[in-house]
Design a protein around this ligand. Structure first.
Ligand code: FAD
Length: 506
């Protein structure tokens, strides 16, 4: 008979309970280890391995599209020559971080957190996790909850309803669930989509496929960057990894922020430059106007990056092609387009997007009242209004995710220092400024954002309630700015229960 009991495992009480062992959760644990060595913590991870995104996604060519010196942590230099890195190198980097900070013993795999309840009486969270492979639930208590659960639903990506999909005689795959044994050698492949995933997959599959067709409804901005950073390599030799890391990060942040700011301030000029960059890399008569000239301004949606123009090389060599049209229906042999054109395929990849989902679908409640993320306001883009002792890590969308996560972790450690110094037990952001208006957490116009952002906390129009997608502003706010804030309510004197003393784990 299946066991449905709830168990209290040993070491089930900690100061900080981190949810998620992806780049954010591992980052948070590393910061705690170095900045607050006395703090006890555990990481609950729903999967059986670390890495999150970089472990889940297994499609051909999976890689970062940010440069790794900034996608990696500030505290751990990226030592490879490649700046845009394959997924397995990112996983290695995360594994090294776990080893270097002695984090392995703090991680509990196969623990999917389903609910977290905060009690003002005890000043603690009670967290329930479903154990994988059984119906057992484990319960943990913690003073603080740190959510490093990422932004996407790991269970299912997004596929629009395509008419006739069941008629197709070949294989249909979503990149989030890549079959280990799929061999695309010599096959005709259609990749539906024009986002980061599609443009990563296409050159990679085109190496051995008979042909890959990129089928898009509308084009995206695609920007070629060098896969290797020779300056970074030279600096490492000259100055050593640590010093070179600092310089290269500064250079890369300046460059990416520069492109972003120029795109917002001079969209017409940036549009011309970006499209000229594409035109230079494609054959003379290629129809850039149809296939690589988006209808929106640069950075209304994320820029897609290709290392060393690999996508353009595949197209120029005739191994890949682009079709911009709308799908009428799937047929037995492929796809019929609205224009009447028929595309034939053995494999169709639906790189049609991911599903955004806030905080790992955890049911949050405070003193018995359920709190939906969308009913809350994000404070400094790292805590939630009306929810005590909780922090979350959601990185940048216009710069490397991890730059933000590092700053959030720093601020979180400073917040704990502050509470210790003043003997506070709880901290809760409270929005009592009626002039703050509610706006979406992020303003990208991409379809996946439009579909999912309504479930996320709201941002505010000013004060600590804004969500800054600007590293320099977050440096001021999170690294240099004070912890004390009129919008934060601290309390002292929560009773310590005999079964919830901190310090039994970690
Ligand atoms: C394919 C892909 C490529 C990307 N490339 C870049 C890039 O180049 N640059 C960039 O800046 N951003 C990129 N991103 C966005 C983002 O930076 C990455 O997804 C990043 O790895 C997120 O890290 P994370 O740790 O916050 O979340 P994730 O990697 O999503 O990890 C979250 C972890 O939490 C666990 N978890 C979630 N819910 C629960 C729960 N309830 N209980 C227990 N465990 C739970 C998950 O199992 C997972 O292991 C990319 C995203 C994708 C999908």
């Amino acid at each position: 008979m299946t066991n449905t009991t709830t168990s209290r495992t040993p070491s089930a009480d900690v100061d900080v309970l981190i949810v998620g062992a992806g780049i954010s959760g591992i980052g948070a644990a590393s910061h705690l280890k170095t900045r607050r060595p006395g703090t006890t913590f555990a990481i609950l991870e729903g999967r059986d391995s670390i890495g999150g995104t970089w472990d889940l996604f297994q499609y051909p060519g999976i890689r970062s599209d940010s440069d790794m010196p900034t996608f990696g942590y500030g505290f751990k230099p990226w030592a490879h020559r490649t700046s845009i890195a394959d997924g397995h190198l990112i996983l290695d980097y995360l594994r090294q971080t776990v080893t270097e900070h002695g984090l392995a013993r703090h991680i509990r795999f196969g623990h999917r957190v389903v609910s977290a309840e905060f009690s003002s009486t005890t000043g603690r969270w009670t967290v329930t996790a479903q154990q994988s492979g059984s119906r057992k639930k484990a319960r943990f208590t913690a003073r603080f909850l740190f959510l490093g659960t990422g932004m996407y639903d790991h269970d299912a990506g997004y596929t629009p309803p395509f008419t006739g999909v069941e008629d197709f005689a070949g294989t249909v795959i979503h990149p989030q669930h890549w079959p280990e044994d799929l061999d695309h050698t010599g096959k005709r492949v259609i990749v539906i989509g024009s986002g980061a995933t599609a443009i990563t997959l296409i050159p990679s599959m085109a190496r051995t496929a008979e042909h890959v067709t990129m089928l898009q409804r509308s084009p995206s901005y695609v920007f070629s960057v060098p896969a290797q950073d020779s300056l970074a390599h030279a600096l490492r030799k000259l100055l050593g990894h640590k010093r070179a890391h600092e310089i290269v990060r500064r250079k890369n942040i300046m460059f990416t922020r520069g492109v972003y700011k120029a795109s917002r301030r001079m969209p017409k000029l940036m549009r011309r430059l970006l499209i000229a960059n594409v035109r230079r890399q494609l054959p003379r008569h290629f129809d850039v106007a149809t296939h690589f000239t988006p209808r929106y301004d640069p950075w209304d949606q994320r820029l897609c990056v290709v290392p060393d123009g690999d996508l353009f090389k595949a197209i120029s060599a005739g191994r890949a092609s682009v079709v911009t049209d709308h799908i009428d229906r799937f047929t037995r042999t492929g796809i019929r387009l609205k224009s009447g054109q028929e595309l034939t395929a053995d494999i169709i990849v639906t790189a049609t997007g991911l599903t955004m989902s806030p905080f790992g679908k955890i049911r949050l409640s405070v003193d018995g009242r359920e709190t939906k993320p969308s009913d809350t306001m994000a404070y400094k883009a790292m805590m939630l209004s009306g929810v005590p002792n909780l922090a979350f890590a959601l990185g940048y969308t216009n710069l490397s995710w991890t730059l933000k996560v590092d700053l959030v972790c720093e601020h979180f450690c400073r917040l704990l220092d502050h509470m210790d110094a003043h003997g506070y037990d709880t901290v809760e952001p409270v929005l009592d400024d009626p002039s703050v208006e509610r706006v979406p957490y992020m303003d990208l116009t991409s379809n996946y954002v439009r579909r999912g952002i309504g479930q996320f906390p709201r941002a505010g129009t000013h004060g600590p309630w804004t969500v800054e997608m600007a590293y320099e502003k977050d440096i001021e706010r999170l690294r240099e700015g004070p912890v004390e804030d009129p919008a934060l309510r601290f309390t002292a004197g929560a009773p310590v229960l005999s079964d919830s003393r901190p310090g039994t784990a970690g």
